[in-house]
Design a protein. Structure first.
Lengths: 478, 405
């Protein structure tokens, strides 16, 4: 069969684009080279919905950021993804930085960002008592927010699949052949034919474009390292706290996460190896030192739960590349989607889907499209009565697997059997938070492994951490 | 279990044990090595055997047991909320509560070891469960970071299962484990213990392929130029235990920043009257025998509290750790206490031929020669009744280590 559209890459951009395409009467497939969705840039970033004052007016970054941030509350509500409109602050730590703050304010207004205002030091300390007393002023953007990017991509994929989009995992595009009326993607799962191919391959978008004969894209992997702190530190700040951008970069942010942890980072280092998501000693020290400048209370790693790094897909053009390729007319590029990509994603997806169906000459809507994806049961948020009732209905919800985050067997089973559900331990973790707490899976990983083995009907030895060769066990003991 | 049995013996009628696991016995169930019970039973038992003795007594008693039942909240009125697949949601109004939730292992994240995040990095206890309970091998070529007791035990266990344990790296210049474990688990099998050494990088995208180790200086910072690549498929971590006090916090109980457990008095009563704590949730122990004794003390406290209704006003003297001592449990002593009080504590580093000094309000009451003191071995000192009679409200009991030259 020939698909109308094949979307390469199930990150937040690919997932939301697939979901937008599902609104139309068409056949589409979302293909992902990893064992799960959200395995690249989407998995590891600042999880911020930017207000939109950073990017140069008129750029794709500016336009889609502002629109995306506006769509964010409704899209996340439809998809059952927690979103918090906590607002952001760019803090100036000396009078020298004031012109930059003014600059950002001006740019923000030009970009159409609402409610921007510069706060005095007193106003700032009122909002955020733990900010360094060196602060002299701050740009307050009440429209900024936080969202969990992988939960967002998982929800978007689930919703897309529920609305008829196919999802294929472990499906890596290795070459592309041109047929008369379609492109043939040579993948690790066989040939996939599609009339239009969406390139949402993140840091590998240039490789995909090149397979289509489009060598106009160049993506640099820019590594960002982070520390995630225990929920005990979740209320150190309420807003997302940025530092003034300098020629050296945007500085390090300190932000709460929607799940109640504290996140600090990122560094910014261009690297050669697009698979290198290792953390480094200098990188992590740098994050800690810079975060300490904003919030003096952050001085050591005592309450750190984990450290991670992610790769931003930085385009040499410094802007998002959005649109049909000039050299390969059936290729729709969504490339170079670095910050504020997550914020812009809902708007990029709507725009891309509109352009693609126009090109395909499809205008009929998918009448059965349901934009709502119910949020899976979150046992920990139920009240006593709801808990009692749920356990009576299904005792698996009374069996707590992850002690740190209070995650039940019922939730894990649900995550495995969801559309495009979890296939590995990290997949369960991202969907349910089992193993995401302070013990980092010390107690529950073996139980999650057991549940995966049972529900997927595979032996223990074949359960992986994150697909591929990431097996946990090596066979039986003597 | 020890606390429940003791409370029953002391006449407490309605007792319930709430246990989140499928079985009683806690972590002992996976500790199939021997060495348990030497003090308490004067016998060398395995973990399941030690636990089994208590399980048998519980079975024969009328103590109510709910396994597979996890407490999710304790409020300040001693209402315990628990859930389980069989029980649904339970709410229990208790007169007294004994906390015995144990501890968890410090994970990789808490150490900030840089590098990749592949499969094959796990705590020694998780590996122990895979091997001893599930019967699966979590690795074949192993490096162990941290020489805590579980790490040492697992070095031997994995070797016996045919794995190659390449080394145990310890950040500190001494091991955090029991001396007997170093001999029986490492020396006997020729496994090198590398002191002042840590893992500075983890390699491998999907499964661990190797680690880089390095020597550390006196500030515990890796020394450039001492890095060494070690090929392995598994990194086991035995880098400390953390009392699991999330429930205690929700109950408003004050915690000690050194032990990570509640501040308690000599009956193991926490800052919340009628709530007691014992075992690894109070302080991380080396020997289960001491845990049992501590549980029995907490049970005595709870039984007494139920009888008296908790109306007595306690006046406290305070135990203060001085030079060379990291912490003392209990942190406070009721001056009306009529029994001898054992003080448990750990020293900060290894001492040879030193003296332990106990002072009450500046006056030395005990001075005891110690050929060797190590942080890995919990120490205990008895305050006898005659010494306790010196205590006044707000008296200070100090313990210090004096190095003899």
């Amino acid at each position: 069969m020939i698909y109308d559209v094949a979307v390469i890459g199930a990150g937040i951009i690919g997932a939301l684009t697939a979901r937008e395409l599902a609104r139309y009467k068409l056949n589409a497939v979302l293909i992902e080279k990893c064992n799960d969705v959200a395995m690249g840039t989407t998995k590891a970033n600042s999880a911020i919905v930017h207000a939109g004052f950073d990017a140069a007016p008129g750029s794709n970054k500016a336009i889609f950021n502002v629109k995306g941030a506006e769509l964010m509350p409704s899209v996340t509500a439809e998809l059952g993804v927690p979103y918090s409109n906590n607002g952001s602050l760019v803090v100036a730590f000396s009078e020298d930085e004031m012109p930059e703050l003014e600059n950002l304010l001006k740019r923000g207004i030009e970009n159409g960002v609402k409610e921007l205002r510069i706060l005095s030091a007193e106003e700032l300390f009122e909002l955020e008592p733990n900010i360094s007393k060196q602060a002299v002023a701050a740009l307050h953007a009440p429209t900024a927010g936080i969202v969990c990017p992988y939960e967002f991509a998982i929800a978007a994929t689930e919703n897309a699949v529920s609305n008829g989009i196919e999802f294929m995992r472990n499906c890596e595009v290795q070459a592309v052949e041109k047929a008369e009326d379609c492109s043939v993607l040579k993948t690790t799962q066989g040939d996939i034919k599609a009339r239009v191919v969406v390139n949402a391959a993140g840091v590998f978008a240039d490789d995909i474009a090149r397979m289509f004969g489009d060598d106009g894209i160049s993506i640099i992997a820019r590594k960002g390292e982070y520390y995630l702190f225990d929920k005990a530190k979740g209320h150190v700040v309420f807003h997302t706290v940025f530092q003034c951008p300098t020629p050296m970069g945007k500085g390090v942010l300190v932000t709460p996460t929607v799940d109640g942890n504290l996140l600090i980072g990122p560094t910014a280092l261009d690297i050669e190896d697009k698979n290198d998501t290792s953390t480094t000693y200098p990188g992590l020290m740098d994050v800690l030192n810079k975060a300490h400048k904003s919030v003096p209370e952050i001085i050591n790693t005592r309450d750190v739960i984990t450290a991670f790094s992610g790769l931003r897909a930085h385009s040499k053009t410094h802007d998002f590349i959005i649109g049909f390729s000039e050299k390969a007319p059936s290729l729709y590029n969504l490339a170079g989607i670095e910050s504020p990509g997550l914020s812009a994603a809902p708007a990029i997806a709507v725009h891309a889907a509109e352009e693609i169906v126009k090109k395909l000459g499809i205008s009929d809507l998918n009448e059965s499209f349901n934009p709502v994806r119910e949020r899976p049961i979150r046992f920990r948020y139920l009240d006593d009565e709801e808990m009692a009732e749920l356990i009576k209905k299904d005792p698996r919800y009374g069996h707590i697997i992850c002690r740190c985050e209070t995650i039940t067997e019922g939730e894990i089973v649900e995550a495995i059997h969801a559309p495009a559900g979890a296939r590995d331990i990290d997949g369960v973790k991202r969907r349910t938070r089992a193993g995401m707490g302070r013990c980092q899976g010390g107690f529950c990983s073996s139980k999650v492994l057991e549940i995966l083995s049972r529900e997927l009907n595979i032996p223990y030895e074949e359960v992986t951490k994150a697909g591929g060769e990431s097996r946990i066990l090596f066979g039986r003991t003597k | 279990m020890a606390a429940a049995l003791k409370a029953r013996e002391l006449g407490v009628e309605k007792i319930i044990i709430l246990e989140r696991s499928e079985t009683l016995g806690g972590i002992l169930e996976q500790c199939i090595h021997t060495g348990f019970g030497l003090h308490y039973f004067k016998e060398e038992l395995s973990g399941p055997e030690y636990a089994g003795r208590f399980i048998e007594q519980i079975r024969q008693s009328d103590i109510d047991v709910k396994t597979n039942t996890m407490v999710i909240d304790i409020d300040s009125d001693k209402v315990v909320t628990a859930v389980g697949p069989d029980e649904g949601l339970l709410k229990i109004q208790a007169k007294a509560i004994i906390l015995a939730m144990g501890c968890r292992e410090r994970p990789r994240g808490a150490l900030s070891i840089p590098g990749h995040r592949p499969a094959g990095v796990m705590t020694a206890g998780t590996a122990q469960k895979y091997v001893n309970i599930d019967g699966y091998m979590p690795g074949r070529k192993i490096v162990i970071l941290g020489s805590g007791d579980i790490g040492l035990i697992m070095a031997r266990r994995m070797t016996l299962e045919g794995a190659e344990v390449k080394m145990v790296c310890e950040l500190m210049p001494y091991s955090g484990g029991l001396a007997r474990n170093i001999v029986q688990c490492l020396d006997d099998y020729g496994i090198p213990l590398k002191l002042s050494c840590t893992v500075v990088d983890i390699h491998g995208r999907e499964r661990v392929e190797g680690v880089t180790i390095a020597k550390v200086d006196e500030n515990l910072r890796p020394i450039k130029g001492t890095e060494e690549y070690v090929e392995c498929d598994t990194l086991l971590l035995s880098v400390g235990l953390i009392p699991e006090n999330e429930l205690s916090k929700s109950a408003g109980i004050e915690l000690n920043c050194i032990t990570g457990g509640p501040d308690v008095d000599e009956m193991r009563e926490t800052s919340q009257r009628g709530v007691f704590a014992c075992g690894n949730v109070l302080q991380v122990h080396d020997l289960v025998d001491y845990v049992t004794l501590e549980a029995q003390i907490a049970a005595e406290g709870a039984a007494e509290y139920i009888k008296s209704g908790g109306t007595d006003e306690k006046k406290y003297a305070y135990a203060v750790h001085q030079e060379g001592v990291r912490y003392i449990v209990p942190q406070k002593i009721n001056i009306a206490s009529e029994k001898d009080v054992d003080l448990y504590f750990r020293v900060c580093r290894i001492y040879k031929n030193s003296k332990l000094i106990v002072k009450i309000d500046g006056e030395t009451v005990i001075s005891k020669k110690k050929p060797k003191l190590a942080p890995g071995e919990m120490e205990t000192i008895k305050l006898k009744k005659d010494m306790l009679s010196k205590l006044k409200e707000d008296s200070i009991v100090e313990i210090s280590v004096e190095e003899s030259l």
